[in-house]
Design a protein around this ligand. Structure first.
Ligand SMILES: CC(C)(COP(=O)(O)OP(=O)(O)OC[C@H]1O[C@@H](n2cnc3c(N)ncnc32)[C@H](O)[C@@H]1OP(=O)(O)O)[C@@H](O)C(=O)NCCC(=O)NCCS
Length: 197
């Protein structure tokens, strides 16, 4: 039995776990990391903690296995992260030892986050991330989660959504294209997409 539902605080561990298991351009990144939380610190957990109303999860009999997270106002969210999210993580990871190369890359992003292009954000102020574990893929669960997110965003007056997909994530790129997003710009390693609501 599959349920799509709003996020609850008890889902935070699942946000971290799913993020790690999809972080290598859609594939499992567990083997790349010594610290299993680093990717989620950046791409999933802050949304659950700071914007829980904009997170939906997909849960089957084995547990939560997919999510869509996001924010309506990317610029405001970036400011919020600077004040409420990154400081504690920067303290925690300053001088951290025993990191893999992939861990170090994520620590670098925590210390100095990259941002989406300003003109993309100006045109499409909201952004999302979506990830499903393999057992839920290819059954239109992603489409249904996206529909939920978009319906709520539209009801709240959001004018457009952007997202970045890893350039090597052919499945993800096919999904976003098929779901109404338009490729906006390619940068090294990433394809930016936008969709007007
Ligand atoms: C990408 C993802 C969110 C798509 O969700 P999903 O539930 O598997 O996709 P859906 O079943 O709703 O697919 C909708 C359409 O997208 C396309 N699509 C989805 N996944 C695809 C894939 N791997 N390859 C090619 N096309 C794909 C199909 O055309 C499909 O239409 P169809 O059912 O008429 O064939 C999910 O597969 C996933 O989480 N993958 C791993 C993590 C990831 O890559 N996240 C995106 C990061 S940018």
């Amino acid at each position: 039995m599959l349920t799509l539902r709003p996020y609850a605080p008890a889902d935070l561990d699942a946000l971290y776990a799913i993020c790690l298991q999809t972080a290598d351009a859609g594939k499992d990144a567990t083997a790349l990391h010594n610290d299993p939380q680093l990717v989620g610190h950046i791409y999933s957990a802050p949304y659950g903690v700071l914007e829980p109303g904009n997170v939906f999860v997909a849960e089957d009999d084995e547990g939560v296995a997919g999510y869509v997270v996001g924010t309506y106002d990317t610029s405001a969210f970036i400011d919020r992260l600077e004040h409420e999210w990154w400081p504690a993580l920067r303290q925690r990871y300053a001088g951290a030892a025993g990191l893999t190369a992939a861990d170090q890359q994520r620590v670098d992003s925590i210390m100095k986050p990259g941002h989406p292009p300003a003109d993309l954000v100006a045109s499409y102020p909201a952004h999302i991330h979506m990830n499903l574990l393999p057992r839920l893929r290819g059954q239109r669960v992603g489409t249904r989660l996206l529909d939920l997110w978009i319906a709520q965003a539209k009801a709240n007056g959001v004018s457009g959504i952007h997202l970045g997909a890893s350039a090597s994530n052919t499945g993800g790129i096919a999904f976003w294209t098929r779901s109404g997003f338009t490729p906006w710009r390619k940068e090294p390693g990433v394809v930016w997409f936008g969709m007007r609501l």
